[in-house]
Design a binder for this molecule. Structure first.
Ligand code: ADP
Length: 392
């Protein structure tokens, strides 16, 4: 029999696995529920999550495997999850001091998916808006955070022109709702078409507020429309949301594929899982049936293959998709028969299929008792908590 590590050695190795929300080791937090080592070197580790919906599972999965696999004699690592029961949660709460458990508005969000592209104009916002509507059409609870701070276009695509979000009794910003989707955008806080100059720290704060001070409630999917490229916003989000997964949008062109690859590399650098690639503007078919590969062929498929992730959709160029985006109504709801709408529906089903199965969500600790609506509150109480959003 080969030498296999003892439970104690494995426990020590797990000390490097940090809970990204609580900022402490899972060993120190008593979140390692069990460690089993079999004679052939297979190690089973069960980690207890603070909330069942906790989308950090992917992070723990990777981090636990990375910590244990290098130990001598280990041939395989399986990571399992369960959820802290009320008593264990209370003990953890005590250990951390009051109020330290993640009670953020994201605690009830099951899947966070960042939609990114290497460059602008490839249809990232159009796909985000339509994918969200398609997921809602599949019965999912969906939110969209427009983090494309330089080119916010989600409000226009959802027909949310001049409406401004209200603030709840708990001083959380209430997202607007359109086409069955909760929506938050920097566009709601600035004058129309105003150019906002973002300095790094201000951007970080605004994004933090969008994630922590917006009352997202229980969501199956929060889609985040990233600005193009691999800059500040992506890095801030990667730090704030280690549980997020990435969906990469590209066109079939080789150049677009090349820049999209950089976005993928950024995601990998932060150990963020890539859900898949979606190719947009994949050709145009005339009413008489002729097909034109306007932006070339195959870029999405090649990128997906290279990244070893699924190609979740190829969305053709269609005039109705552009018209509906400009008109403020997602195409997938209005014209489900359109070829672009059908491709986006397929994308939605692919996204659902690649999402980890859901565990039951534990009740939150922050006593979400029904409170008076914003309208019933004095003006003072309607101000959002935290920093105020920068106005142009
Ligand atoms: P990005 O968010 O990547 O900058 P947008 O979503 O704003 O790109 O799309 C750029 C323009 O291209 C918009 O006018 C949009 O309506 C249009 N567009 C995007 N995808 C398609 C498509 N498949 N067919 C037709 N028009 C599209």
């Amino acid at each position: 029999m080969t030498n296999v590590p003892s439970r104690e050695e494995i426990r020590r190795a797990l000390e490097v696995v940090i809970d990204p929300e609580l900022h402490r080791s899972i060993v120190e937090l008593d979140m390692v529920r069990s460690i089993e080592v079999s004679a052939n070197g297979v190690v089973d580790v069960t980690v207890s999550l603070t909330t069942a919906g906790c989308p950090i599972k992917g992070h723990f999965q990777t981090a636990v495997s990375a910590a244990v696999a290098p130990l001598e004699g280990v041939t395989a690592v399986n990571v399992y999850f369960d959820v802290l029961d009320d008593a264990q949660r209370a003990a953890l709460q005590q250990k951390l001091g009051r109020g330290s458990l993640p009670q953020g508005t994201l605690a009830q969000v099951h899947n966070v998916i960042c939609v990114g592209s290497g460059k602008g104009g490839v249809g990232k916002s159009t796909l985000t808006a339509n994918l969200a509507a398609a997921l809602a059409g599949e019965g999912k609870r969906v939110g969209v955070l427009d983090a494309d701070v330089w080119g916010y276009s989600i409000p226009r695509m959802y027909g949310l022109g001049a409406t401004r979000p209200e603030v709840s009794a708990q001083r959380k910003i209430i997202p607007l709702e359109a086409h069955g989707v909760k929506v938050m955008s920097i566009g709601f806080f600035v004058e129309e078409d105003a150019a906002v100059v973002w300095r790094g720290p201000m951007l970080h704060k605004a994004l933090t507020q969008f994630l922590q001070d917006v009352d997202w409630g229980a969501l199956d999917y929060l889609l985040i429309d990233l600005p193009p490229g691999t800059g500040d916003v992506s890095m801030t989000l990667a730090q704030l949301l280690p549980q997020a997964r990435f969906l990469i949008v590209t066109t079939p062109q080789a150049t677009a594929q090349k820049v999209a690859r950089r976005a993928a590399q950024m995601a990998e650098k932060f150990s963020l899982e890539i859900v898949g690639v979606v190719e947009n503007m994949s050709g145009f078919r005339t009413p008489s049936g002729e097909h034109y590969a306007i932006f070339g062929n195959g870029g999405g498929g090649e990128l997906a293959e290279e990244l070893d992730v699924p190609l979740l959709g190829r969305v053709p160029l269609t005039m109705p998709l552009r018209e509906h985006s400009d008109g403020g109504a997602p195409l997938v709801l209005d014209e489900p028969g359109d070829p672009a709408a059908q491709a986006i529906e397929q994308l939605a089903r692919g996204v659902i299929a690649t999402s980890p199965p859901e565990l039951d969500t534990l009740p939150l600790y922050d006593g979400d008792a029904k409170q008076p609506s914003a309208g019933e509150l004095p003006a003072e109480a309607r101000k959002p908590a935290g920093m105020s959003l920068p106005m142009a």
